[in-house]
Design a protein around this ligand. Structure first.
Ligand SMILES: NCc1[nH]cc(CCC(=O)O)c1CC(=O)O
Length: 695
């Protein structure tokens, strides 16, 4: 990373918490019409096995001692459905390509550093043949490609995309033969009969705890040995971690501490470096020393920086979770003083790193660029608490700012300038210093029913609406709002949580062992991701009132950023803005986040009245008890002439709902949530004491 310090994108290059992707809508995403079926009926095995001592460790390890026969099979053909996503890694010269289909289907990983090793895999061979490509790494569902720093991604990407598309749509196997696959895959963490208990535990921890987190950032770690005399574990960092300076910090503060915590015999972790990595690291250390000596305000001629710098290492890295994504929690940050402004300011838009969030951010960028062609925009993606916690019910994690908190930190720190959110995920109360300055035109805000393909194809069923579903049919949704409203009208239906991105959800829906008859999802997300053709029916009010601000995108800025506010204003769709502010006004009074069963529907009707246009807001709000037994509904119809007035109508609506009994329903829900949170905390505590290290 040291070489990238020489330009003005200093903060970009060094903040690993912020993932950046250059804006180039035509190449960032390559999309084609979706097929009528889900991409893959196979969901990835999760490797986040929980770690217990003794017995559990032994049983889960035996799985690894007896490798299963793994027949080489044709890959499913994805001819019409390729959608390749890229994700930046903490290493500027490594990029994660996510084809949306499994890569290493049986788990594991493989790395190719030259033509010779690439002979095992036709895909790797083609990729390594691209001039400027230095290494290829296969993960479970991604391919990390590393380049030399003198070649730009913009030069490499088109060819990489076309090779990946061609390969994944051909149905060819990833490896030439089974032996080839076995020869490249990591054998390192397979637990052998000859391994001591300590080594088995190290391998288990690396495999179940460290590896999945590192893979998030496009890298991998390999176990290389354990010295019983001095207690040092040797590892090798691969993929995007190869030659990346922040991975050294990760190694020391994260992996080492964790291994030492669980295994008292471990006294340290040491990285095995290739020669060129050793040189790069040495350079980094020198630079780091130089930086810490640089005094405030002094000119640093070598790097041409004009301001003061701070070198900050996070002081506390392992407060709660023993190990999280290495580069989001443990990284060295070099930060330039943010006040070094230039005439042409580049506006950085940030969002979550999900595919939908990236698409939405790009939509906003193109709207802003249209409104202000002379302004430069770039994007930055990061994962949030909501993304990381995929297992717990949303209802229980509950924190209203699940999807926005980390992003808001970056905004307030001045690392980014605009946050792009699904408006429905934005809490009604924003942090001090932040505000919503832009609202883009809304997609259809309704929820849609997506019936499983098997049920549609089954001639004895062929159900296309909730009315037709047999008693006991299971609907997949994690939204208490949807469950509450539908329980009330369809007591025959059952509801089951479903999480993950849309591909994962469709895979769950269409799996042969699927418990679900159908899913209910926001139409806007389906449409934006190109899954519109999977919609079986829309569920309009009064069957189902949608979530507050559903289908709209909001741009959040720092309140003191006039330039950003001005840009947002031009790109704002006023009717959407007013409707959403009215809906949020209601929710704010009801004090609910997206996890309370509050539904809404709104419209603004324009009419001419004596030469001027009159805008009439019609808004209906609903509050339903969790079991569907109680339900209140109220409608306001008022003429409005500003966003503020619209918001006030929403507040008035909320008060009317409370007067009709909504307050009692919400209070009961609040109590229920507290009880369930307490229960799940008890469970966690019990689990934690079970798995605590032996004294
Ligand atoms: N809570 C998840 C969420 N947040 C935003 C959307 C996409 C739809 C939108 O922009 O409102 C979704 C998916 C869903 O509810 O199905």
């Amino acid at each position: 990373m040291a070489t990238s310090f020489t330009n003005t994108s200093l903060r970009i290059a060094t903040r690993a918490t912020v993932k950046r992707t250059a804006i180039n809508p035509s190449t960032s995403f390559i999309s084609r019409p979706r097929p009528s079926r889900a991409l893959s009926s196979k969901s990835f095995p999760t490797r986040r096995a929980s770690l217990h001592h003794g017995a559990t460790l032994a049983t889960s390890s035996s799985r690894m001692t007896q490798p299963q026969p793994r027949p080489l099979r044709e890959r499913p053909v994805q001819a019409r459905s390729m959608f390749i996503q890229t994700e930046s890694t903490p290493n500027e010269d490594s990029l994660k390509f996510i084809p949306g289909v499994p890569v290493m289907e049986e788990g594991g990983s493989a790395e190719f550093l030259d033509t010779r090793s690439s002979l095992a895999s036709p895909l790797a061979l083609r990729l390594i043949g691209i001039e400027g490509v230095k290494a290829i790494f296969y993960g479970p569902d991604f391919i990390t490609i590393s380049k030399d720093s003198s070649t730009a991604w913009s030069v490499l990407k088109p060819e990489i995309y076309s090779i990946l598309m061609e390969f994944f749509s051909s149905g060819q196997p990833l490896f030439k033969s089974e032996e080839d696959r076995d020869s490249v895959g990591p054998q390192d963490t397979r637990i052998l009969d000859t391994d001591s208990e300590v080594v088995a535990m190290i391998k288990e921890l690396l495999d179940t705890r460290v590896r999945p987190a590192i893979m998030e950032d496009g890298g991998d770690i390999e176990y290389r040995g354990f010295n019983e005399d001095d207690g040092v574990v040797q590892v090798k960092l691969k993929g995007s971690c190869r030659g990346c300076s922040s991975s050294t910090v990760t190694l020391k503060s994260g992996i080492e501490r964790m291994l030492m915590h669980y295994i008292p015999e471990v006294k340290g972790v040491e990285q095995i470096l290739d020669q060129e990595e050793a040189i790069a690291l040495d350079e980094f250390n020198k630079l780091e020393q130089r930086l810490s000596k640089t005094e405030s305000g002094k000119q640093d001629s070598v790097l041409n920086w004009s301001r003061s710098f701070q070198l900050r290492f996070p002081s506390q890295t392992l407060s709660k979770s023993p190990f999280d994504s290495p580069c989001t929690t443990m990284t060295s940050e070099v930060q330039a003083d943010a006040s070094s402004t230039t005439a042409a300011r580049t506006i950085t838009l940030a969002s979550r790193s999900s595919q939908l969030a990236q698409i939405q951010t790009n939509l906003v960028v193109s709207a802003l660029s249209k409104a202000s062609p002379e302004t430069k925009f770039q994007t930055s993606f990061m994962s949030t608490a909501g993304d990381k916690n995929q297992s717990q019910a949303l209802y229980l994690i509950g924190g209203k700012s699940l999807w926005t908190k980390e992003l808001e930190h970056s905004l307030l720190d001045g690392d980014v300038d605009m946050l792009v959110h699904s408006f429905k995920d934005v809490p009604t109360v924003l942090p001090e210093g932040c505000e919503i300055a832009g609202v883009m035109e809304r997609e259809d805000p309704v929820d849609s029913l997506v019936v499983s393909q098997a049920v549609i194809d089954d001639t004895s069923k062929g159900w296309k609406s909730l009315d037709e579903f047999a008693d006991g049919s299971v609907i997949g949704t994690s939204s208490v709002r949807r469950v509450a409203q539908l329980k009330r009208q369809y007591p025959k239906l059952k509801f089951l949580d479903v999480r993950g991105n849309l591909n994962t959800r469709f895979a769950k829906l269409d799996s042969p062992t699927s418990p679900y008859t159908a899913l209910i999802l926001a139409k806007a997300g389906l449409v934006r991701l190109g899954f519109g053709n999977r919609i079986t029916a829309d569920l309009n009010p009064p069957t189902l009132y949608h979530a507050v601000s559903q289908g709209a995108l909001a741009i959040e800025i720092r309140s003191n950023d006039e330039k950003a506010r001005e840009l947002c204003r031009v790109a704002t769709h006023e009717p959407t803005e007013w409707r959403c502010f009215a809906e949020r006004g209601m929710l704010r009074v009801l004090e609910g986040g997206c996890s309370v069963p509050v539904g809404v529907s709104s419209e603004i009707v324009e009419s001419s009245e004596g030469g001027s246009t009159k805008k009439t807001l019609k808004i209906t709000g609903t509050v339903t008890s969790l079991d569907g037994s109680q339900h209140v509904e109220h409608t306001e119809i008022t003429s409005v002439s500003s966003r503020q007035e619209a918001e006030d109508v929403g507040k008035k609506l909320a008060k009317a709902l409370i007067a009709k009994g909504a307050g009692v329903i919400l209070e009961e829900i609040g109590k229920d949530r507290e009880r369930r949170i307490a229960e799940s905390q008890e469970e966690e505590k019990a689990k934690a004491s079970e798995s605590a290290p032996a004294p």
